[in-house]
Design a protein around this ligand. Structure first.
Ligand code: COA
Length: 181
């Protein structure tokens, strides 16, 4: 499996992977799948600050993606990120999610983030297994926090410590999307 930094031109492929999860499941809390143009805007916004990686299959098509975003925007939260991962249906269960997440965790650690979080709409055995496989620990549940597909949904939260700082942490570095990976 090959990985690289996403570019805005991956928007259509990423929107295609994401759309069925939005329309057919309660895993993603959006109700309408974003268009390729909207996904392009999200890519540009994220890549200005955080890593967004894609995995490529044997013929070079995007098979999955993972990215980070701010956990909360208030300044004291600046060392904490949320992580997200999606693998197209045909490529699941073959280590793609793990590969993307291990690489993303390494990038985030290099940038100087201290804590990574993931909110998982429950149930989602595959996502829970992936997060726990790479070292996330379950920390709690937001009960009935979203309503989708006719039911109230719980979101479980998982956390992984990336690095332990002393009392005076330095600000994390912005991701350089033009840099080497
Ligand atoms: C969750 C998801 C990203 C996992 O990616 P993946 O490429 O299928 O996962 P991997 O093959 O890398 O497996 C990672 C680990 O999870 C385990 N796992 C994967 N699918 C599983 C399943 N359905 N049930 C139980 N365990 C599972 C694997 O055994 C593996 O553990 P190991 O490395 O210790 O053997 C993928 O299933 C997906 O895109 N699902 C839909 C979108 C989604 O749920 N995204 C997460 C939102 S929070």
């Amino acid at each position: 499996m090959r990985l690289r930094i996403a570019t805005p031109d991956d928007a259509a492929a990423i929107a295609t992977i994401y759309a069925p999860v939005v329309t057919d499941t309660a895993i993603a809390f959006e109700l309408e799948p974003p268009t390729a143009d909207e996904m392009r805007r999200r890519l540009i916004g994220t890549l200005g600050r955080f890593p967004w990686l894609v995995s490529l299959d044997d013929v070079g098509l995007v098979s999955g993606y993972a990215y980070a975003g701010a956990h909360r925007e208030r300044a004291a939260y600046q060392w904490s990120v949320d992580m997200t991962v999606y693998v197209r249906a045909a490529s699941r269960g073959r280590g793609v999610g793990r590969g993307l997440y291990e690489a993303l965790l390494e990038e985030l650690t290099k940038l100087g983030y201290a804590q990574a979080f993931a909110g998982i709409a429950l149930p989602n055995d595959a996502s829970v297994a992936l997060h726990e496989a790479v070292g996330f620990e379950h920390i709690g549940v937001y009960e009935k926090v979203g309503f989708k597909l006719g039911a109230w949904r719980d979101v479980g939260w998982w956390q992984k410590t990336l690095c332990s700082y002393a009392s005076e942490p330095v600000a994390p570095k912005a991701f350089d999307a033009t840099g080497n990976f």
